[in-house]
Design a protein around this ligand. Structure first.
Ligand code: AMP
Ligand code: MG
Length: 415
């Protein structure tokens, strides 16, 4: 049996990062949200593209207005109006000014902008009533924010609103992103039926399929729900072989403990997978199978996670291991690992001390500090009902049996 940290390191080392030759696709800017940039981006444009005004006001020569005051204003001739999007036509000479708007191009000759509030307009002349802060005041200089040809965005970042804005300014209408990992999902168990079917005595609805499809999508993968497979060696072998043929990762639930119908491990070995993990010292989540199918003709290797069937164990092992693995596989460079925070527990937390225990509840920021509120009701791994509305897990380490109320515990935000 492996410690959680040992299992984590085996799993994360098994995950390959995407391949620049095979795994890049191009999407439009509107489809880029949440995708991961596959190549470093630079621009052949400076930002700003040209000197421009940061204010509505007047473009002037600093030396004309440096000594002015309300009692001795500097009065200048307005020789041009420069609206947004228009190239100025005339060069400003001493004693002259141009009316300018925020973002408009600076005219040649001018080196400073005075804001409108510090001026008085009189027909085709303007009086400047207060000196600007210095030469260059309220001018945004060409290249001040970014120099053409230098790195703009690195590979491996998740694209959100600000990065997409930068890509649009760089005029990259099509964005190279890593393709999303395809994640096949199988529910094993002869007691399972889809939620739209009547239940016969002894049957339960398959919830893991749907929970995992949502969790996979949240982690940046494409879920391929392949349905329910009964506890039958042949049916299971066929379903696993089909799943492996069409995915980068296969998730199955159930059939990995020591029950009479737990066939997953033996089938994986028959199909040629190397098994790396059989069980992990955690609660819930002990029976966890992790295997790898070596690359075949397709050139892809396939990771297989046989997750425990109990609905809570399924999600806890997903959150702890599979979600981060999928984010790494999806090409995220930083921040793919599990996130932990120190949280004050509002209740006492108990564990048997033998395995790393995960309790579920609300993990929330209160006045800037994390707090954990354990979910009411049973913390049996079969009880998924009180998992709803949970936002985090509290981790009680091996060797600890009690964390008193008000003490700090390791919290793991989930969702
Ligand atoms: P197993 O690991 O196959 O022994 O399953 C452990 C427990 O989880 C059993 O009570 C199963 O009925 C339940 N279970 C297994 N798979 C699912 C599923 N897909 N949805 C809901 N419960 C499940
Ligand atoms: Mg089962």
């Amino acid at each position: 049996m492996l410690l959680v940290l040992e299992a984590e390191s085996i799993i994360f080392n098994l995950v390959r990062t995407p391949d620049a030759g095979r795994d890049v696709e191009s999407v439009g800017l509107l489809a880029a949200n949440g995708r991961i940039l596959a190549v470093p981006v630079s621009s052949d444009l400076d930002f700003p593209h040209w000197d421009n005004s940061a204010m509505d006001g007047y473009a002037v020569l600093y030396d004309d207005v440096a000594g002015c005051s309300p009692s001795e204003p500097a009065t200048l001739d307005i020789i041009e109006e420069i609206p947004a999007g228009v190239k100025p036509r005339r060069e400003i000479q001493p004693g002259q000014a141009a009316r300018i708007l925020t973002g408009s191009m600076m005219p040649a000759g001018a080196d400073t902008v005075v804001m409108q509030e510090e001026t008085r307009r009189e027909g085709s002349r303007v009086s400047v009533l207060a000196p600007p802060a210095g030469r260059g005041a309220f001018v945004r200089h060409r290249g001040a924010f970014y120099k053409a040809g230098t790195p703009l965005l690195p590979e491996g970042i998740a694209l959100g609103a600000p990065e997409i804005a930068v890509l649009a300014q760089a005029r990259l209408a099509q964005v190279p992103v890593w393709r999303r990992p395809m994640v096949a999902i199988l529910s094993t168990g002869s007691e399972l039926v889809t939620p739209d079917r009547p239940l016969q005595p002894g049957q339960i609805a398959d919830s893991n399929q749907y929970a995992l499809a949502a969790a996979v999508a949240n982690a940046g993968g494409v879920p391929l729900p392949l349905g329910i497979v009964e506890d039958d060696r042949q049916a299971l072998a066929g379903a696993i072989a089909r799943a492996v043929a069409g995915a980068d990762v296969v998730l199955s639930t159930g059939g990995v403990s020591v029950g009479d119908c737990d066939y997953v491990e033996e089938i994986l070995e028959k199909l040629g997978a190397e098994t790396h993990i059989r069980s992990v010292d955690m609660k819930p989540g002990k029976p966890l199978t992790v295997a790898r199918f070596p690359a075949r003709a397709s050139g892809r290797e396939v990771l297989y996670f046989g997750l425990p069937g109990n609905p809570v164990s399924t999600l806890v092992t997903f959150w702890r291991f599979v979600g981060p693995a999928l984010k790494k596989l999806a090409g995220l460079k930083d921040g793919w690992g599990p996130v932990f925070v120190r949280a004050r527990s509002r209740q006492e937390l108990r564990s048997d001390g033998k395995r790393e225990s995960y309790l579920w509840g609300k993990l929330e920021l209160v006045d800037g500090a994390w707090e954990f509120e354990k979910a009411g009701g049973s913390h049996s791994s079969g009880n998924l009902i009180n998992l709803a509305l949970c936002s985090g897990l509290a981790v009680v380490p091996v060797g600890e049996t009690l964390i008193p109320a008000g003490e700090l515990v390791l919290g793991m935000p989930v969702g």
